[in-house]
Ligand binder design. Sequence first.
Ligand code: SF4
Length: 72
Amino acid sequence: MAISVRCTVDNCYFWARDNYCGADTILVTTTEAVRRYPSGVDAPQANMIVNDMGQTPADRSTDTACKTFRRR
Ligand code: SF4
């Protein structure tokens, strides 16, 4: 199932015109995972994080982040 991801982070390599994400897949996770894996990730690294972290519940949106971000 294809979905559209809207994103305003326009200095990301994957950012596309009209505030869409152009990545094939993205990894959204919690700030806990961001602390454990502070650099950006490609698809194999995203799979490794998912396998390592499993599910990571959050209490609020500010506890989440896009780990696929790559500075343009
Ligand atoms: S990879 Fe993440 S930060 Fe980059 S455009 Fe997509 S949603 Fe935004």
